[in-house]
Design a protein around this ligand. Structure first.
Ligand code: ZN
Ligand code: ZN
Length: 242
């Protein structure tokens, strides 16, 4: 069972959700041998997503389960706005992702995180505190790339599984799930999200885990999800039951 539940059909507004473009992604999913593909475009393009068209085109692919979700930016205090957006659009699932801290985007340039003026341990602590709040909100099916803060290679001095314990405990207590997101391999940090130590810590807590490529183009659909699934088997991790 190969699953990719983090696919950006629209990319960063690189293409519209036309029948032809939807088919490009679904064809790629079939070529990779996926049994399930979940679209999760960025919330800012919510009006361009066309879930009904995706579901209609999915009917041409009887061997492939197709879900339509959304990747929401989580910022503390915006829970009501997110809840309203989810109620309005009736997605199959939602990914809650922390992409910024105190107004600074963490995944664009290293300078943005530097501008926060935080030592690495404190940067990580605040990032995981934000992930913990996202989990406690109960808004999300999956917490996205839970250690995105490492993207440019900044590492804490303390053990990352200790720093992340509040976030992992919150996910477990809330009955939430996380993803093994393979896209980190193609970022400066050069490894999946989350790191092996965090993944093992999540598996020990019996947190359900899904796999996602974070594809922003058809040729990235399902990228490394077979290897990710193998890693989860090695850990005897609980898989998220879709
Ligand atoms: Zn993201
Ligand atoms: Zn994404």
């Amino acid at each position: 069972m190969l699953i990719d539940t983090h696919v950006h059909l629209l990319g960063h507004r690189d293409r519209p959700a036309t029948r032809e473009n939807i088919r490009l992604f679904l064809d790629a999913a079939v070529r990779r041998g996926l049994s399930l593909i979940g679209f999760a475009d960025h919330e800012e393009y919510i009006e361009d997503m066309r879930p009904d068209l995706i579901r209609e085109v999915a009917g041409e692919y009887p061997g492939l389960r197709v879900l339509v979700g959304v990747e929401l930016d989580y910022r503390p205090g915006e829970e009501a706005r997110l809840r309203a957006a989810l109620r309005r659009h009736r997605f199959d699932f939602s990914i809650g992702s922390v992409h910024e801290l105190e107004g600074r985007a963490l995944d664009l340039t290293p300078a943005e995180a530097d501008a926060l003026g935080l030592a690495p341990d404190e940067l990580y602590r605040r990032y995981f505190a934000c992930v913990a709040r996202a989990a406690k909100s109960g808004l999300f099916t999956v917490l996205g790339h839970i250690d995105l803060v490492k993207i440019f290679g900044v590492r804490p001095t303390l053990a990352v599984e200790e720093l992340a314990a509040p976030a992992l405990d919150a996910v477990a207590a809330a009955g939430g799930a996380i993803e093994l997101n393979t896209n980190g391999r193609y970022k400066p940090v050069g490894e999946w999200y989350p790191s092996p130590a965090l993944l093992a810590a999540a598996a020990r807590r019996r947190i359900p885990i899904t796999t996602g490529s974070d594809a922003h183009a058809p040729d990235q659909v399902g990228r490394e999800v077979a290897a990710a699934a193998a890693a989860l088997r090695t850990l005897e991790a609980r898989r998220l039951d879709w």
